[in-house]
Design a protein around this ligand. Structure first.
Ligand SMILES: C[C@](O)(CO)[C@H](O)COP(=O)(O)OP(=O)(O)OC[C@H]1O[C@@H](n2ccc(N)nc2=O)[C@H](O)[C@@H]1O
Ligand SMILES: Nc1ncnc2c1ncn2[C@@H]1O[C@H](COP(=O)(O)OP(=O)(O)OP(=O)(O)O)[C@@H](O)[C@H]1O
Length: 283
């Protein structure tokens, strides 16, 4: 008998602002950022196995099976929970890698939440978020599933409810390494902490932008192009660039001007991740 399958979304995130406050002794940076989700992402399919084997059946260019965040998340959860079950996994990958829209972190979180459900572990979100943080700074927000003001290295989360516009996200054909940007000597790391909540308007800058734009002409071009139509912003350490529009039609109109050399997609901003909406519907 074939095991039942469960398919779950793995949405992208945007950083609506990103300020770097300083660098810790371990090299990680203290940030303040606002995360919002997009109704756009990968789809991961899971089927339980009873022999304990964890297997991702979809191949990734340049990412060996055991280094994939999906496999690493599944193995950590299996080890820490002592679960004897295994899992077959397939992914429909549409999120660009190294795009600053959190694809890998989101995949890890979808795996943690999906396996918690399928293996019937009964872990709460706090425990899953702690495990998630060991996989990446962005994993906890995807585990929680609510738009958030984040501090620390991105793990101290306060839920927020910014506007939910339609976004046009431009995807320059370059993959930016987060570690490379955070180790650039020209990165400014001295933004003053914002102490007022909600974050006052006028704080939407991304401190990574000058360094990323300097290193990557394709990102610079994307910012210039989108800047003709709306405020153009960088998400995370790039490479993706985004801008908000009041309606899908307006975002589509600008998207229609894109050429083969610079692609993009239109998606709705969402304060509740589509993963959590789907999981809620299963209960
Ligand atoms: C820039 C953001 O995308 C904003 O959402 C995230 O903070 C990055 O999160 P992430 O991709 O999950 O990052 P990780 O995989 O934990 O770290 C990748 C590398 O980025 C650097 N890094 C990351 C996060 C952080 N707060 N400070 C850092 O200095 C570290 O060199 C680390 O080795
Ligand atoms: N399941 C996965 N999906 C994407 N990348 C993965 C995955 N597993 C491992 N990786 C590795 O992680 C790197 C970063 O991928 P990711 O797509 O999360 O970048 P990103 O969008 O810039 O993330 P962030 O915004 O969190 O910095 C990839 O270049 C790849 O080597």
């Amino acid at each position: 008998m074939t095991a039942p399958r469960l398919t779950l979304p793995s949405p992208a995130k945007l950083n609506l602002m990103l300020h770097i406050l300083g660098r810790r002794e371990d090299g990680y940076h203290e940030l303040q950022t606002i995360f919002q989700f997009l109704d756009y992402g990968d789809e991961i399919t899971f089927a339980v196995r009873d022999d304990g084997v964890i297997r991702l059946h979809t191949e990734f260019d340049g990412v060996p099976h055991d280094s994939n965040l999906i496999v690493r998340a599944a193995k950590k959860l299996q080890e820490q929970s002592g679960c004897s079950l295994g899992i077959d996994i397939w992914i429909e990958k549409i999120l660009p890698m190294g795009g600053g829209i959190g694809g890998g972190s989101s995949n890890a979180a979808t795996t943690l939440l999906g396996l918690n459900h399928l293996w019937q572990l009964g872990w709460n979100e706090d425990r899953l978020a702690v495990l998630g943080l060991t996989l990446g700074a962005d994993v906890p927000v995807f585990v929680r599933g609510h738009a958030a003001f984040a501090e620390g290295v991105g793990e101290k989360l306060t839920p927020v409810d910014p506007e939910e516009p339609w976004y046009l996200v431009l995807v320059p054909q370059v993959s930016v390494s987060t570690a490379e940007i955070f180790s650039d000597p020209l990165l400014t790391r001295n933004s003053s902490p914002i102490k007022v909540r909600p974050v006052p308007k006028g704080n939407s800058r991304n401190d990574c932008l000058p360094v990323v734009a300097r290193r990557y002409p394709d990102v610079r071009n994307a910012l210039n192009l989108l800047g003709n139509f709306t405020e153009a912003k960088l998400t995370g350490t790039g490479s993706c660039v985004f801008g908000g529009f009041p309606s899908k039609a307006e975002a589509d109109k600008v998207s229609a001007l894109l050429t083969e050399t610079l692609t993009g997609f239109v998606a709705k901003g969402s304060n509740v991740s589509m993963l959590h909406r789907k999981l809620q519907s299963l209960l």
